[in-house]
Design a protein around this ligand. Structure first.
Ligand code: AMP
Length: 378
């Protein structure tokens, strides 16, 4: 698409596929701006369903539910990459759909994503595709050890990933994953991990949020900091690469690009065709947050100002915090510069993302120090 269609204004109905926390924060942003929101998610207790005007409790491939969603909505988006591409195509017969099925399809399969990135000339960790046990020898020879074996589809937050140091370990991991298609990746000595969330509109205009620096624990995002503690030149390069990825995809909507920093260089780790956990800092620290931006891009509105108003540290709150008498909300809420966001999930399972908090401070080191202290006492 090269020119912009007419804007979809408040009062219209917007739809979202997926009722998790990302869908919830989209729903809140859209309703705040005066839109009606319809959520499609099979879970009757879904975080977004609780906030929506209408919750369609049905699967993502349910033809009748998709038709109802498409007929009721002026535009539909998605909160996760595993939505069937055919569902997006079916919806597009009724209404505007952004991002499109092609862009989502690239990001929903690691083997497609890595191959696409390599074809487009973007630097990634060395990788090889593994479709059967017979591919493991050549793959290990190509990427070396240690390596990470990752399932191509439906892996998230470090799930479906195993670090392997030998052929035997790789074989065992492949079998443990049920011999499904995988990507073997060289293990990178990470100096830092950073990410860029951006929005791109129909006309190809991009609005990029400041670069976030991310720390993971057990494969799950733990803390994000903005601005990232990287040289300006590297931050500029990351934003340029993220924009180039969005341009090459012809992307419309909000997306994120995650990077590894190694030897002072950037490698692309992953693309997310949706708002991203590492962009939750924007909720309290930027003029426009990533969910309002998702509404704006979906509705053909001018993209919002992405300016960072204050240094910020974001901490994820996992279900593990519910053990040992926690969480101690009083300790968190005692601080006037801490902003709490909970997702309305009833069951606090270990590793489950229950919420997050943002700590704002003019001094980035103080924001990080308080964030870490509160994470430990929570
Ligand atoms: P992913 O789900 O692929 O984003 O992986 C989750 C986390 O695991 C990343 O954010 C990194 O901290 C770590 N990781 C993933 N791939 C690699 C790699 N090739 N080398 C080193 N660490 C990695």
């Amino acid at each position: 698409m090269s020119s912009k269609a007419a804007p979809i204004l408040p009062g219209a109905t917007l739809g979202i596929l997926g009722g998790g926390q990302l869908g919830r924060m989209f729903t809140i942003a859209a309703r705040t701006m005066g839109y009606t929101v319809m959520v499609l998610d099979p879970d009757p207790a879904s975080p977004a369903g609780q906030m929506a005007d209408v919750h369609l409790e049905a699967g993502y491939a349910d033809a009748a539910a998709l038709a109802r969603l498409g007929q009721a909505c002026a535009a539909v988006t998605t909160e996760f990459e595993n939505v069937p591409a055919a569902s997006l195509v079916a919806l597009a017969r009724h209404c505007r759909v952004a991002p499109g099925a092609d862009a989502v399809a690239v990001a929903q399969d690691r083997s497609h994503e890595k191959s696409w990135l390599a074809r487009q000339g973007f630097a990634t960790a060395p990788f090889a595709l593994v479709y059967g046990e017979g591919d493991l020898d050549a793959a290990l020879a190509e990427v070396g050890t240690p390596a990470l074996l990752k399932v191509a589809r439906f892996g998230y937050d470090g799930k479906g990933q195993a670090r392997v140091g030998s052929k035997n370990e790789a074989r065992a991991a492949f079998r443990e994953f049920g011999e499904q298609p995988c990507v073997l990746e060289g293990y990178i000595a990470l100096e830092r991990e950073i990410s860029v969330v951006l929005a791109r509109d129909d006309a190809g205009e991009c609005a990029l949020f400041p670069v976030a620096e991310n720390r993971h624990a057990d494969g799950i995002l733990d803390v994000s900091l903005a601005p990232a503690r990287v040289p300006d030149a590297l931050a500029i390069e990351a934003r340029e690469m993220a924009r180039a990825v969005a341009d090459a995809l012809g992307y419309v909507g909000v997306m994120a690009v995650e990077f590894f920093v190694t030897g002072g260089r950037l490698l692309i780790n992953e693309i997310a065709p949706r708002p991203h956990n590492s962009g939750h800092y924007t909720l309290d620290a930027c003029v426009t947050d990533q969910f309002e931006q998702q509404v704006r891009a979906l509705c053909n509105l001018p993209l919002g100002d992405t300016r960072l108003l204050s240094p910020v540290a974001m901490v994820n709150i996992l279900g593990d915090r519910w053990r040992n008498g926690g969480p101690h909300w009083d300790a968190l809420l005692a601080h006037p510069n801490v902003k709490l966001h909970l997702y309305g999930k009833a069951e606090p399972r270990p590793g489950r993302k229950m919420g997050h908090f943002n700590v704002l401070d003019a001094d980035p080191a103080a924001a990080l120090a308080l964030a870490e202290r509160l994470r430990d006492v929570l």
